[in-house]
Design a protein around this ligand. Sequence first.
Ligand code: I3P
Length: 109
Amino acid sequence: KNGFLVRKVHADSDGKRTPRGKRGWKTFYVILKGLILYLQKGEYRPDKQLSDEDMKNAVSIHHSLAMKASDYSKRPNVFYLRTADWRVYLFQAPNAEHMQSWITRINAV
Ligand code: I3P
């Protein structure tokens, strides 16, 4: 599954709260491939290569959990992603249908 998502980093590895200055919302073109969620910055082109920076933003979703962020009301269609090493991301999807399909696809891995 691919598509645009807006990401906020809430916690770094071991669940440590991500410091201020690094908690802003950023748009990425997201590609779910195998056990990895690739987050590509900038304009989307089908033939575009992932940059070194994109590789740093990649998230392993092995043993991760995605769930609707019911307690987060500042934006609609937001879900949490908690990774095996206790990182926490918020992702905003373009609509409820896309949000649900990302949750289902991530949890099916
Ligand atoms: C963050 C940014 C986020 C905000 C976050 C800020 O600042 O304004 O939008 O989250 O608040 O820390 P920065 O870009 O400097 O990291 P919300 O949109 O959810 O309010 P937070 O620290 O309360 O998460």
